[in-house]
Design a protein around this ligand. Structure first.
Ligand SMILES: [Zn+2]
Length: 587
């Protein structure tokens, strides 16, 4: 991916100062020392720091040679399980030689650690029926922290994690075809920056709504402790609505949607309320000013919302359906209006030369919601060109949403589906998942990434593969798909070459320095909780990665450094994939 959450280094001097302050505080003992990776502990023993479900396979990986391992209970250091490490296997992505410690036979719930004679002891691990609900809570609640146009307060659980009302005033940029002031409230800050982008909002919001549609029985009663909690609507839908309402505001009277609303350039590393750069609705610069990809994404997402919100707020559901229809009609009149940053605008572009896949997704969702023949016909006439996107490598992204459209058609379970289209989509989706499962099993770290996958946002891709596997399981239940999805989650939560949990404040050894303005600019020692790091990126598009030693294997090109926007930024689309994966594997 290019410019997935593109951002640029700002105010390096300020960062240096914060680093020095952090080191000083660490010396004084004001920061929590890492609970593992110290003294006799070993980051050579890699495991999921959130834990392992009691009835799931349990494997830790060891990257310093050993022979045997023990699992000990934290409370009394009693050995509860013993085993022999597997033969070493060389991981092509990292160069690590890893041995597996399989303790799947341990099912008793509790808190443990692994000990490998001659290597050391691991971070703590939990075995329980449900080990991911805390990570889900934090990851989903992270969207609340990204709210724009709201005063945010994470409450007594995270004192000091607040931001004041931000970005209340907006205006139309000349490229939008309109002028003057503009109501500017709502939406989520996209990433480490404070922009809001329709295309990235599209896949993010769609993925979260799907998470509710597919796993709602697990999610509907989970309280996120947000201002709307207790209003009778499930909190995941309350939070998603914050962004949906902004997306709806980005629709012009003619049905088209503007591409983004940002300042002309990124602000410094400051809190959102301190960013006073004008927030502008930015268009394509000439008629019709709105873009097809943004408008089709709106059509798809609003069509999903029309069915998901129906039981909770009929008026809002109807408003979404009207918006989706109008957006679709606009894309019929303007099927190929692409977006590039107008002169003078340097915020994320989210450019995409082909909006056919966005239209396919919109048609599938509109048909799934309404059953109307016109949408079904569009899908049936166009899907064959996109079947190739259901592949075992390089799954969906903000730029390529064809898999969302194809999956939507297969998941719809409508009697009026075209039998040939349905069969072809199912076959392609399941074949891709089978290949992904095989690749995941072969990989010594048990992840679906191939050596060529370590680009910007590789952790997001890990979660994407997890989503692909869980959707395949929904189409045709298969334990192997779920377990491979779980393996990808284990990687994100600590079973990786760095033994790092790539979700802030989750696990004993989480990353701590995201490229995320509120985390960098506030006074809290730890970053805002629940945020997923972009992850290793062999393309090294920032100076921090550029300064890493030459010749590193791709999985090693990462730095837990705020300045590494190409490997350590956060982004709402990756965040949504993480939420989907967590929701899918939660008990
Ligand atoms: Zn804001």
């Amino acid at each position: 991916m290019q410019d997935p959450c593109d951002d640029f280094p700002t105010d390096i001097l300020r960062w240096n100062f914060l680093m020095k302050l952090g080191c000083f505080l660490l010396i004084l003992g004001f920061l929590p020392a890492l609970a593992c990776g110290q003294k006799d502990d070993s980051l050579s023993i890699k495991l999921d720091q959130a834990g392992y479900p009691a009835d799931a396979p349990k494997v830790a990986l060891v990257s310093t040679p050993g022979r045997t391992f023990q699992v000990k209970r934290v409370s009394d250091n009693v050995v509860v399980f013993e085993g022999t490490l597997s033969a070493g296997a060389t991981d092509p992505n990292s160069g690590d030689v890893v041995q597996a410690a399989d303790f799947s036979g341990l099912r008793a719930t509790g808190t443990y650690y692994l000990e490998v004679p001659g290597v050391g002891r691991s971070c703590k691990l939990t075995i329980a029926r449900d080990v991911f609900s805390r990570a889900y809570y934090l990851a989903m609640r992270a969207f609340y922290g990204q709210r724009c146009g709201a005063a945010v307060d994470l409450g007594p659980e995270f004192p000091g994690y607040t931001h004041a009302l931000c970005h209340l005033e907006g205006s139309f940029h000349a490229s939008s075809g309109k002028q003057g002031r503009r109501d500017n409230v709502g939406g989520w800050h996209d990433a480490g920056d404070y922009g809001r982008y329709m295309v990235n909002s599209g896949i993010t919001t769609g993925t979260l709504l799907w998470a509710f549609e597919m796993f709602g029985s697990k999610l509907r009663n989970i309280k996120l402790n947000i201002p709307e909690t207790g209003n009778g609507t499930p909190d995941i839908l309350n939070e998603v609505r914050w962004n949906l309402e902004w997306m709806l505001k980005m629709q012009d009277d003619d049905g088209g949607a503007w591409h983004k609303q940002t300042s002309e350039h990124f602000c410094d590393f400051i809190m959102p309320e301190d960013d006073h750069l004008p927030s502008e609705v930015i268009g394509t610069g000439k008629a019709p000013y709105k873009s097809t990809c943004a408008t089709a994404d709106l059509a798809a997402v609003a069509a999903i919302a029309a069915r998901v919100y129906q039981p909770f707020d009929k008026d809002f559901a109807a408003q979404n359906l009207r918006a989706a229809r109008a957006a679709w009609a606009w894309t019929e009149r303007h099927p190929d209006v692409t977006f590039k940053n107008p002169p003078g605008i340097s915020t994320g572009e989210y450019g995409d030369p082909d909006c056919g896949d966005e239209r396919l997704w919109a048609a599938a969702e509109l048909w799934r919601t309404t059953g109307e023949a016109q949408y079904n016909r569009y899908f049936v006439d166009h899907y064959t060109s996109y079947l190739v996107s259901l592949r075992a490598l390089d799954t969906e992204s903000w730029r390529l949403v064809a898999p969302m459209g194809l999956w939507a058609y297969a998941l719809a379970a409508r009697a009026d589906a075209d039998p040939s289209a349905l069969a072809a989509v199912r076959e392609a989706a399941l074949a891709a998942a089978r290949k992904t499962v095989e690749r995941t099993r072969r990989n010594p770290y048990h992840i679906s990434l191939s050596e060529g996958d370590f680009h910007w946002g590789s952790n997001g891709l890990v979660a994407n593969y997890g989503m692909e596997l869980l959707i395949a399981n929904a189409l045709s239940p298969d334990r192997a798909s779920v377990e491979a999805g779980l393996d990808n989650l284990h990687y994100l939560l600590g079973r990786n070459t760095f033994s790092i949990s790539w979700v802030t404040q989750v696990g004993e050894h989480p990353f701590r320095h995201p490229h995320h303005r509120p985390s960098g600019a506030d006074k809290n020692p730890e970053p805002w909780p629940g945020l997923l790091s972009g992850g290793p990126n062999a393309d090294r598009q920032d100076p921090v990665l550029g300064a890493l030693p030459a010749g590193l294997r791709p999985a090693k090109v990462y730095s837990d450094d705020q300045g590494s926007y190409a490997s350590n930024e956060i982004c709402i689309n990756w965040q949504a994939m993480l939420v989907f994966l967590l929701a899918g594997v939660m008990q």
